[in-house]
Design a protein around this ligand. Structure first.
Ligand code: DGJ
Length: 738
């Protein structure tokens, strides 16, 4: 069967045929069960493998219904009626009692992909997309659930979401308000085959560190209840067979297109099945659904790879580049920017910025980004968020005047905002204290001396939007860094219902971003959240790049960028060269290696160029040239981890290097970056096996001695890297096919 979605009426099975995988579901007694997601099947399976013989209930004996409910592999499991495993949907009726029993009603298969109102969602783009909607109804007539699936040609990923409608009063049940206390976007079930679980953990300045461990019985979950996808855990989970390495083994992985609270959970059941679910965290979630109203859950991406973690990564990258990022910058070389944060922090004025701009221009840098501290009377992080008017002590000619002068020097201008926040010491807060999120009757906790604005309220959103948009309308600004520097706490509001604020807040943020990219389609938007606390597919729908971490030390970035690139394409990873000793960790790394690490992201600078030596400035000129030469390959090519920073593969425990490659789609060129983590005595030269090349093609090293290597030898015997001296020193090797 070719790419597409099929239904076999005799077998009562649905089959989604992807690039090299198949996703199969089937009906039994009206219940929808999950059958398989794995290596491609040429036809529908003969047997549904539901082992319905185990359940006397299926042969008409009502006395054993509970046993059936607790064993059947429901495609979308609900709680309250006998399935004690982790659920995807919990509904409370008008009296507060739980339970929903879903049975099949109808389905529709159609070409294309519908967007989700108010939420970021994948789009068809230039590839074929096919979608399936399966309608299920609660047997007591309270709710209708629509499970939505989309597949895209050429990618092994199933995009899933769910829509729930209150149908009470339409048929047999009384009209009543319902409460959704949990609505996840996806569930999938597979037999346990000794799987390990892979997740990402972290902290501020230490984001997305991979973690691999064995799965025991019971539940493993990662989540955020911070109102942001977070530094700490990540909306991602992968189940991998024990033999899984970078290039081998079976991987079933999931990521979430949402930027707020999430949960990802896997349960190894009493019968040794694995059920993996993902969606909005039910923590502090209680959504009232009036008769006729609908709730739509955000999308998840379920990726299958039988080519190990590398195959998983490249599937995610393709999906995100082709069907998530909308920005017109996606396929463009981004301007090389210099950001003044680490150069000056709050201590700057127009003259200082202009001096940075002048010297940056001489080195070939193309844009100046003015970071935090340009508004209100902000000399530290203690004031002024919300007062988005220029601080005239620092900018006597306003943002407009600065912009004009920067443009005269020959640079474009970018600016920082933190639109979602308000400082207690601000005009805005003094005027509208009730605009800050707080539980009525309780003083909210400050964090970085700031509160979160209640973006569930339209008048607050309008204020915030106008504050940002009026600056962009007045000044020639090409780039905005949209920051968000604290979690949501004291979650209460004078207008939003308890249990709904977290999600309504996210809908408010998405609405603001949608307005911004609609009014300013040429704007390059970069998201940020104390570094990378909101690095997720939801944000990538609005901004083609996200600041990855406040830790700009090249050695630390090896791990942070590698963990981030497990899911997200390097073209979206905000990465800059910064000053040494590094402000966060105090380490000194040579300038060339700092450049190699930043080249694997969006590239830019975060340092006071006016204080650099001539030697460092000469390095910048060389790096600028490298960026121009290699960025097409980095942005558009395929990414391969070669020797890894993380412990995902035990074999790399002994390697002292971290290396990766970008290979062009036509396999004509490849960029191999090699970084020695720690120098050591009496080390042998390393022979590193490359990936992604054509075995019988010949490649030469750009700038080398003309020696020709076959792809086969580079991938099987390995490439002998230069012997390096010192800690965190690197090399860049550019291979070209002859
Ligand atoms: C956090 C960001 O990650 C930094 O890059 C910087 O913009 C500061 N906020 C400014 O307050």
């Amino acid at each position: 069967m070719d790419f597409g979605i099929y239904y076999d009426d005799a077998k009562k099975m649905f089959q989604l045929q992807l690039e090299s995988s198949s996703y199969v579901m089937g009906l039994a007694g009206g219940y929808l069960g999950h059958i398989f997601y794995g290596k491609k099947l040429e036809d529908f399976p003969t047997d549904s493998v539901f082992r319905l013989g185990d359940y006397t209930y299926m042969s008409g004996e009502a006395k054993d219904k509970c046993t059936f409910m607790d064993g059947f592999p429901f495609e979308y499991p609900t709680s309250g009626i006998g399935d004690f495993r982790v659920s995807a949907l919990d509904i409370k009726n008008g009296d507060g009692f739980g339970g929903a029993e879903l049975k099949y009603v109808s389905h529709e298969i159609y070409k294309g992909k519908k967007s989700l109102a108010g939420l970021p969602s994948t789009f068809e783009g230039n590839d074929d997309a096919v979608s399936l909607e399966i309608v299920l109804r609660d047997v007591a007539g309270l709710i209708q659930v629509v499970l939505i699936y989309t597949i895209f040609r050429g990618i092994d990923a199933v995009v899933k979401s769910v829509r729930v409608r209150n149908i009470s009063g339409e048929d047999m049940s009384c009209k009543q308000s319902l409460h959704i206390t949990k609505i996840l976007s996806s569930s999938v079930e597979l037999p346990f085959r000794g799987h390990d679980i892979v997740t990402l953990h972290g902290s501020w300045a230490r984001e997305r560190i991979p973690d691999r461990r064995e799965i025991g019985h019971g539940r493993v979950s990662v989540s955020s209840s911070r109102g942001i996808s977070s530094h700490q855990e990540h909306p991602f989970m992968a189940l991998v067979t024990p033999d899984t390495t970078e290039n081998t083994g079976e991987v079933l992985a999931e990521a979430f297109m949402y930027s707020g609270n999430f949960v990802a959970e896997t349960e190894r059941t009493q019968h040794d099945a694995l059920r993996m679910v993902m969606g909005i965290n039910p923590y502090d979630f209680n959504w009232k659904l009036e008769p006729g109203e609908e709730f739509t859950a955000p999308e998840t991406f379920l990726v299958y790879s039988d080519k190990g973690l590398g195959g998983m990564t490249r599937n995610f990258h393709e999906l995100i580049r082709r069907h998530v990022i909308r920005s017109r910058y996606l396929h463009k070389m981004r301007p090389i920017l210099i950001n003044n944060w680490e150069a000056t922090y709050f201590d700057f004025d127009m003259d200082k910025l202009l001096e940075i701009a002048r010297q940056a221009r001489e080195c070939g840098i193309e844009m100046l980004v003015m970071d935090d501290g340009w508004f209100g009377h902000r000399d530290s992080d203690n004031s002024s968020l919300g007062d988005w008017k220029p601080y005239l002590k620092k900018l006597p000619e306003g943002v407009k005047g600065l912009c004009e002068k920067v443009n005269e020097i020959g640079l474009d201008m970018g600016i920082w905002f933190e639109p979602e926040m308000v400082s207690p010491d601000s005009e805005l807060y003094r005027e509208h204290p009730d605009w800050a999120i707080a539980i009525p009757g309780r003083a909210a906790s400050e964090c970085r001396s700031q509160f979160v604005l209640d973006l569930t309220r339209p008048e607050v959103r309008d204020y915030v939007y106008e504050a940002v948009a009026s600056v962009l309308r007045e000044c020639n600004i090409k780039y905005v860094k949209w920051d968000m520097n604290r979690p949501l706490t004291d979650v209460g509001s004078v207008s939003s219902r308890a249990g709904e604020l977290h999600h309504r807040y996210m809908l408010g943020v998405y609405e603001l971003m949608e307005r911004l990219v609609t009014e300013f389609p040429e704007l390059l938007l970069e998201n940020c959240s104390s570094g990378g606390a909101r690095f997720d597919a939801g944000m990538l729908y609005y901004s083609p790049q996200i600041w990855c971490s406040d830790d700009t030390d090249a050695m630390e970035r090896l791990g942070i960028q590698e963990g981030t690139a497990l899911i997200y394409p390097p073209s979206a990873i905000g990465a800059h060269v910064s000053i040494c000793p590094n402000h966060i960790v105090g380490r000194t790394v040579d300038m060339a290696t700092r450049g190699y690490v930043a080249l694997a992201g969006t590239f830019g600078y975060e340092l006071d160029i006016t204080r650099l030596s001539d030697e460092d400035k000469a390095s910048i000129k060389k790096q600028v040239a490298d960026y121009k030469k290699y960025n097409d390959l980095v942005r558009e090519g395929d990414y391969y981890r070669i020797t890894s920073m993380s412990s995902l593969e035990q074999i790399n425990r002994y390697s002292s290097s971290v290396s990766w490659m970008f290979v062009s789609k036509d396999k004509h060129e490849a960029l191999f970056t090699y970084v020695q983590k720690l120098g050591g005595a009496n080390l042998r030269t390393e022979r590193v096996r490359l990936s992604g090349l054509v075995p019988d093609r010949r490649y030469i090293l750009d700038g080398g001695d003309g020696k020709q290597f076959t792809g086969e030898e580079l991938m099987n015997i390995g490439f002998v890297v230069d012997k390096l001296y010192g800690d965190c020193v690197g090399r860049l090797y550019h291979f070209i096919a002859v």
